[in-house]
Design a protein around this ligand. Structure first.
Ligand code: ADP
Length: 448
């Protein structure tokens, strides 16, 4: 097992990783930016090293500074968390070449799955359902039109190297496809250094369904079932739940197994999430694979009892997965609420500043992953998420009731948070009946 792990991240996920390391008897080194000076999670690390000023590009994204900190702190492994450099294959490679184990997949597996065209090809072989669309990259407009005519409009043009919701374009007819494709290629080249684009069917109404998987370096892979993340605004997830409500058990088994098979074929080690859209008939179409631990991993931990972060560290150290698929069972229902420092009443305006009131919920089935506390200053530089409330109960109805109680207990001020929005969403018939799709939050917000 590792002796000292450097955490190339901040906030709640840094704290989550520190806790996992502590239980494994591993010391931790946190790197931080000057905007995070005095951050509460740093107190919990064995050592912390400042690597630059507030802007991420000058600190959390500076590979050479992180590697230098790992050398100074005598780390033997580096955990990237989520966001920042977590899906940067070059970073994973530099870690390896500098003699530090990267806690995550090999750079090869990461590049393979991170490239959407390659990922689609591998998914096809693994039996993971994908959107109907082009076999590989699209070279010219006529080819795109031929594919679109075959699968039917609307279609979406996507950059193979794309990410973060960028480099996508919806085409409803031949004309918009013809004008869109060249622009998409140029944009993809400029944004991702790779002009390759492809075309797939565009689904108008869908739910977001994602499968948590874990792989090791010995060719084993399992899944921890799925999460439904259909409560989104601008492609940002707000509420996640596990398992996905109302999904046919046989279909669930099949798609979850296909996700584990994809990870196995990619020789993937660590935690990965295979994301899908699900249509009304419960057909699944793969969106992409996230090659890191995700923000919403705790709800899968809640319903399966598997510590995903700890298992990720153990497999990175060369251990075999401590579970077989048959060990994994769904127990109850869990929901996660992302507590964002944003004001939902004012178009989600980001809220920076000092937290003066921080009264947190408790009781059975309540977990709060947060780095915030009274006196904590929310810096303006980073993601607005200041905590995650995770609620576990025997079934979905009980989980909703327990969540409403917990959100009611949760008092934060003077900065505003997304808590009132969740109190409202939990009472929306679309949500309570689980007939919502990925656009319902935006539609509700527009309706006022
Ligand atoms: P990125 O890597 O940029 O996040 P994704 O492939 O995950 O790209 O897509 C981002 C979002 O765009 C999805 O969550 C979904 O809302 C929408 N989207 C992507 N592909 C499709 C599609 N074929 N049909 C409908 N919506 C799509």
């Amino acid at each position: 097992m590792f002796k000292r792990v450097l955490i190339a991240n901040r906030g709640e996920i840094a704290l989550r990783i520190i806790r996992a390391c502590r239980e494994l008897g591993i010391e931790t080194i946190c790197v931080y930016s000057s905007a995070d000076e005095g951050g509460p999670w740093l107190e919990q690390a064995s050592q912390s090293i400042c690597i630059g000023p507030g802007p991420s590009k000058d600190s959390y994204l500076r590979i050479e500074r992180i590697i230098a900190a790992a050398e100074i702190g005598h780390a033997d492994a580096i955990h990237p968390g989520y966001g920042f450099l977590s899906e940067n294959a070059h970073f994973a490679e530099v870690c390896r070449d500098s003699g530090f184990e990267f806690i995550g997949p090999s750079p090869e597996a990461m590049s393979m799955l991170g490239d959407k065209v390659n990922c689609r090809r591998l998914a096809k072989k693994a039996g993971t359902p994908i959107f109907p669309g082009s076999d590989g990259g699209i070279e010219d407009v006529d080819e795109a039109v031929a594919v679109a005519t075959e699968i039917g409009f609307p279609v979406i043009v996507k950059a193979s190297g794309g990410g973060g919701g960028r480099g996508m374009r919806i085409a409803t007819d031949e004309k918009s496809l013809r004008s869109g494709i060249e622009q998409a290629r140029q944009e993809a080249q400029a944004a991702f250094g790779n002009p390759m684009v492809y075309v797939e069917k565009y689904l108008e109404s869908a739910r977001h369904f994602e499968v948590q998987t874990l792989g090791d370096k010995h060719g084993n892979a399992i899944h921890l079932y799925e999460r439904d993340c259909s409560s989104q605004r601008r492609h940002q997830k707000l509420i996640e739940e596990a398992p996905a409500p109302g999904v046919d058990p046989a279909r669930r088994e099949k798609v979850c197994e296909s996700a584990a098979e994809l990870i196995r074929r990619a020789n993937y080690s660590g935690a990965a999430t295979v994301e899908f859209l699900m249509d009304k008939q419960q057909n699944f179409y793969m969106l992409e694979v996230n090659t890191r631990v995700q923000v919403e991993h705790p709800i899968s931990e809640a319903i399966t009892g598997v510590d995903i972060v700890q298992t990720g560290i153990r497999v990175a150290a060369g251990e075999k997965l401590p579970y077989q698929q048959s060990d994994i069972r769904i127990n109850g229902h869990a929901m996660e609420f992302r507590i964002n420092a944003e004001d939902p009443a004012r178009n989600f305006m980001p809220q920076a500043g000092i937290i003066e009131t921080w009264v947190v919920p408790g009781g059975p089935g309540i977990r709060l992953d947060t780095h915030a506390r009274v006196g904590y200053r929310v810096p303006p530089n980073y993601d607005s998420m200041i905590g995650k409330l995770i609620v576990h109960a025997t079934d979905r109805e009980a989980c909703i009731r327990r969540s409403l109680g917990a959100l009611g207990e949760f008092k934060v001020g003077p900065i505003h948070t997304t808590i009132p929005l969740y109190q409202r969403l939990l009472q929306e018939p679309l949500f309570t009946q689980a007939t919502h799709d990925i656009k319902y939050v935006e539609r509700l917000l527009v309706a006022g």
